[in-house]
Design a protein around this ligand. Sequence first.
Ligand SMILES: [Zn+2]
Length: 562
Amino acid sequence: MKTLFAGMILLLAGFFGINPTKLEPADIVFKNGNIYTANARHPNAEAVAVKGDRILFVGSNKDAQKYVGSKTRVVDLQGNTMLPGMTDAHYHFIGVGQREMNLNLEGITNLEDFLTKVKARVDQAKPGEWVTGRGWIETFWKPPVFPTRWDLDKISPNNPVFLGRADGHGAVANSAALKIGGVTKDTKDPFGGQILRDKQTGEPTGMLLDNAQSFVRSHIPASTEGDTETAMILANKRSIELGWTQVQDPGGSYRDVDLYKKLYGAGKLKLRIYKAVYGPGPEAQRLLNEGPIVGAFDHRFNLRTIKVVSDGALGSRGAALLEPYSDMPDSKGFLRVKEEDLLPMLEEALRKGIQVETHAIGDYANRFVLDEYEKALKAVPASERKIREPRWRDEHTQIVNPADIPRFAKLGIIPSMQPSHAIGDLHFAPSRLGIERLAGAYAWASFIKSGVIVPGGSDAPVERGEPMIEFYAAVARKDMKGFSGEGWHPEEAVTREQALKMFTIWPAYAAFEEELRGSIEVGKLADFTVLSADIMKIPEMEILKTHCVMTVIGGEIVYEAK
Ligand SMILES: [Zn+2]
């Protein structure tokens, strides 16, 4: 009878995957934590035990003690807040590293300071050498006007200069650079791009939007492989210090993929990266032909997504709108992809189980993407798809006609959105769009209410790319000084619980990884972000003062604040 009873216990224990007589010792036990698990069944805990790269136990300090063996490392979290490893669902990883290396024009507030900073770089350049940089954003300048070639000619009459706006959807070139690019009064606007011109003379002002940037950009010497590697290593360091454990890198090429593989192979990248390549075109075709890469380098690297760009950005008025810009009545922006190129690729992607994510800012672009996705989903029914629920994404989902919001849930399309865009853009969006069109702009809460998930991202280096700025923006919907103006729609802010999901379990779902990561649950990858304060409870403004004290990826402490 006794042995039968013991046998039953063992059987039950086997069933639940635990061994009550002798617990497997953990490699690390984190205790005394204020832990938010993002798992609805057990939302809070004090301790976590980790074996290898997986979570072995989640619960109380007392029960965690049972997993402490002679070789177990015990980490006292000292009451700090632990979250599931935070994920940025839209983060241009290499661009973040390049920002650290190049002329960084962020934070400038007027044309004079802009020119002073650029001049310092021009003065160091060799004759004929290109001067390039990125990060300026004139909407914060007084007055908020684009710089011109003539401004730049004053500080660089000889060296070609090409400086990208923070959003990457516009750049200013000086006359030397325009000359090399062959841009003159007679150059026609390319498809999906615009050469801004002087209203009186028709001369190009130096401002090139979206695809028009290529006239000049194609002449800038490409960065070397060594430079890109350096950028990746800098981006890895910066990202894990901020508490990111995975970033989803929207767009790029197989050249990037090869470098990622090389650096993962050499153990130089710790961060998890969910990568895409651009399409339609040869990069996307290669992914369709060769198939995805899933779970490589201990689940650190995935490539299973094609990134499409359907329009420009709101700041530079390249976003494609249904009605003209309120502050430029002769323009509705423009699309950057044609249906005849896009639709066949979408259908092939469904047949081959490749995810698609499309940049869409304007209300026309968002409707276009929904229409194209819907056509492809109809043309290739679930029975003909390699993955029945393809989890296609709409990146940014910024300005959406309210009538289109319910279509996302209906079609199973994921709106992947960036809280910091709202708190920056809403300073100028009312003039671009008028107050009325802001219903449906950055509408996080309406989307969640409509029954979809909203993975959160930063779009770094367009924005800073910091988890605390994103979390604050999502819950406060005020700028970094606490300001909120007319048309900001405070009701579109999300709850802290929703914000937690936006940067943990929802991006995991958007990457087909919700069984693997995104919450603190037994069996999942041991990815954690430990913070200096309880961002689920402290006053809003204090979220911005909170910092990462520890980052854990796959059970390894990859960053610890000194
Ligand atoms: Zn982006």
